[in-house]
Design a protein around this ligand. Structure first.
Ligand SMILES: Cc1ncc(COP(=O)(O)O)c(C=O)c1O
Length: 399
């Protein structure tokens, strides 16, 4: 008789995981977003797993796994490799049940994630330049006897992530599509198994970052601001589950992800990391078919404040919310003041002024000034440039 091969956790196992994590992981809220509804032309809901304990959904899988270990496995201590969020979650879940943990993270893992993992009592080892190399480094510790908590290629972890599918089915039984970020594939696999069992009519759409999208034809294998889903080698089991159960798999650019992060921050008041904003990015970029209601999973919120600032500055600049220009004024008292007074009359805020005399073809008795203006949108940028020329100033747009 052939031995049946497992193809992921069953619904019963996901239900058991839900009972196990109850009271430990949070039931996170679902919000509707009028702004996203207007921009996408369909009702949009957001599942805020960025507000989950440890800042991402990962705690679901980690708690389920830690609760399922034998006394010997607990005694040996647990090891995990992680881009950051899984590590935090395993460290937190291990501390809750008194098990020691060692987490391998890439050398460039966000400091917010490294610090949080240490603060939960884990030993953190920085190794390699990405998730895949950190995983390789963890292998030695596992060979020496420690218990591996894999980030995605593990049925118990997948069952834990699948609890999100059951929770969603209760919170929004009539949604048309659920959009889920995909890295190693454990999150989407768990959700897809659960939803296809309890609400098979709900479409499950996976989304990868185009810069690192091994499951999408033509997808790259490089740097993305969505570090949580920057996995070059997804699991074999997870891929099989996703092949059977995902309705579609799309990719989004880093620019689209950045716009998603900023929109969530500015309009929805939620801090969401790149991987977590990929779902919203897919909706905004029109990559999810259909007109019915869609739910974007905000899978995590652990973004370094410094990256958040960079992303916000870049995205706002792209959207015409800053105008940087070079112009020339008379190099005598009042020359600059006259120009600034004209700009003030347009009710445009000047946020930086820099004189430049060297290295440019500045005429005698003139000075070049580089101005950074805070503008409403691209239209206002164009209007300001036009206005400057009407006032008799040369105006060269720098950005
Ligand atoms: C915030 C966030 N979203 C999505 C994912 C993707 O999960 P998976 O690797 O199970 O596909 C991760 C994985 O680390 C993550 O941290």
């Amino acid at each position: 008789m052939a031995i049946p091969t497992r193809t992921g956790p069953t619904l019963a196992e996901i239900q058991a995981a839900r009972a196990r994590i109850a009271g430990v992981a949070r039931v996170t809220p679902v919000y509707s977003s009028e702004t996203l509804g207007r921009l996408t032309g369909r009702p949009v809901f957001l599942k805020a797993e960025n507000l989950q304990r440890t800042g991402s959904f990962k705690v679901r899988g980690a708690v389920n796994k830690l609760a399922s270990l034998s006394p010997d496995e607990r005694e040996a201590g647990v090891v995990a490799a992680s881009a950051g969020n899984h590590g935090q979650a395993v460290a937190w879940a291990a501390r809750e049940v008194g098990v020691s943990s060692t987490i391998f993270m890439p050398e460039d893992a966000p400091m917010a994630k490294v610090d949080a993992t240490r603060s939960y009592g884990a030993e953190v080892v920085l190794a390699g330049s990405g998730y895949d190399e950190a995983q390789e480094a963890a292998r030695e510790r596992v060979e020496a006897g420690a218990t591996l908590v894999h980030a995605f290629e593990d049925e118990v972890v997948i069952a834990g992530q699948g609890t999100l599918g059951l929770e969603l089915a209760d919170q929004l039984p009539d949604v048309e599509a659920v959009i889920v970020p995909v890295g190693g594939g454990g999150l989407a696999a768990g959700i897809a198994i659960a939803l296809k069992e309890v609400r098979p009519e709900i479409q499950v759409i996976g989304v990868q970052a185009a810069n690192c999208a091994p499951l999408v034809v033509g997808g790259g294998a490089g740097y993305t601001i969505a570090d949580g889903i920057a996995v070059k080698q997804p699991g074999e089991l997870t891929q099989e589950i996703l092949r059977e159960r995902l309705d579609d798999l799309v990719s989004v650019s880093d620019d689209e992800i950045a716009d998603g992060i900023v929109l969530l921050l500015e309009r929805v008041k939620l801090v969401v990391e790149g991987a977590g904003a990929a779902s919203v990015a897919a909706l905004l970029a029109g990559k999810v078919q259909g007109r019915g209601s869609a739910l974007a999973l905000l899978s995590g919120g652990n973004i370094d404040a410094s990256l958040l600032i960079e992303v916000a500055r870049y995205s706002l600049t792209q959207a015409g919310r800053f105008l940087v220009l070079r112009t020339y004024v008379q190099d005598r008292p009042g020359g600059l003041a006259k120009l600034l007074a004209l700009i003030a009359e347009e009710r445009v805020n000047v946020i930086a002024v820099q004189h430049q005399r060297e290295g440019l073809r500045v005429k005698p008795a003139q000075t070049a000034v580089e101005l950074t203006l805070q503008t409403r949108d691209e239209q206002q940028c164009l209007e300001m440039l036009e206005r400057l020329r009407e006032w008799g100033y040369e105006a060269e747009r720098m950005r």
